[in-house]
Write a protein that binds this ligand. Sequence first.
Ligand code: ME8
Length: 515
Amino acid sequence: MSAENTYYVTTPIYYVNDAPHIGHAYTTLACDVLARFKRLDGFDVRFLTGTDEHGQKVEKAAESAGVDPQQFTDEVSANFRSLAEAMNFSFDDFIRTTENRHKISTQALWQRLLNAGDIYLDTYKGWYAVRDEAFYVEAEIVDGPDNTKVGPTGAEVEWVEEPSYFFRLSAWQDRLLDFYESNPDFILPISRRNEVISFVKGGLKDLSISRTTFNWGIPVPGDDTHIMYVWLDALNNYLTSTGFPDTESEIYKTYWPANLHMVGKDILRFHAVYWPAFLLASGLPAPKRIFAHGWWTNEGQKISKSIGNVIDPFELVERYGLDPVRYFLMREVPFGNDGDFSHQAMVMRLNSDLANDLGNLCQRILTMISKNCAGQVPTKDVFTSEDHALLEAAGGMLETTQRHLDRQSFHKALIDIWKLVGDANRYVDTMAPWVLRKEDPDRMATVLYVLAETIRRLGLIIQPFIPDAAASILDLLAVEKDKRSFAYFDEILESGVALPKPEPIFPRFVDEEIA
Ligand code: ME8
């Protein structure tokens, strides 16, 4: 069983049928922020991401690209890895489902399900949507354009009739409901939890878990005329990364069950219904939480290749810089809700929150210190009640952020951190250190000290969100590299320490197209 001070967080593994886009960057970013936060907070963290490379959808994409599926998946998977690098994602493992470790692990999971008596052979007759890699029942099918039939997501379905192994999902209905009942935080947000519970209460049918009409997948042990259903294969990536089937391995013992599988709302059912059923049937503990976040649209429109409005995260980073993109994605939309991307909103956030509020605060204070305190951390005198109030607000930031991030409320964490930025800016205006410079230089030094200390704590707490800018701020305050974890949150700056020459953190963004 994983221990209290470990934290295993995973992203969905992305299909390699297409190039990475803003939605993929978003989910992985959320996990990256949590992984960085928990590491700084003293946890032993494992952060997993990767690519989902089997199944009909990927096989078809390879076919239309005219390349063999292995070569195709090698190429596209590398793009997802580059995205992870371009976004400064701090993953510990990048899994590809075509790796041998994953084949071994997934065949072992199958064997456990078989041994438990939860798999039987029959024939599947019904609808299948390749785009969703999902089976749908008749009641979910409606007429689509051009005489097609479509499933609930709008994906075209085809009629499938083939021999198939089935998982006895129907037998798990009550046990799943009990599981949700005794683990109230298993599915977040709460509205999604309610959706899942009513879906399960509506009755579960046995699930087809193998295919015979194509072969881009992991062979079923003992019957290689079948390959495993791509979702069984994909979900198991979370276990493979822990060294499964070796349940005695250090990694497995340290990190399983995972603390959090972060997913988009489109794939909640697979994670909150099928996955715990597979695990419980295999005698393995289920993850502690599935968080299903919302959906991004682009300037009000659904993001899709056919509309031609896919937002390329590489281009965003190129245009606005990495930290502004990271900040925008985590701050703009309440995490869990759907959100709309617009360049105007991006520029607003960058210029107001980053350049004006945080950037100016740092720039003003560090410049004043450089000019008036011999470029050293100022000497402090007695603190007034206003000084204490600001320092206490800064001191409370760690606990507030912990509380918000423990429920994946990224936007609330940032709102509260930026309240402190606002408090600090108001404190500067009220204290007017530029007036004190002539009237009471000792008091000026104390005020600048209080501000430097507040900025240091801001620098620490924003590291998970905007790591490069945070590092620059902490560098400008000469905070040693090994004193940047939250264990040092309450430590205070030492007066007299020499500071480097101040430099701007966030320049304003000026864009002719938008201005
Ligand atoms: O579903 N807004 O992979 P996938 C927000 N391979 N998030 C979005 C998004 C958008 N517009 N578009 C995509 C799969 N996402 C499976 C997963 S896991 C065992 C297997 C994000 O490439 C969101 O996290 O279709 C969504 O759940 C995921 O990408 C789907 O990625």
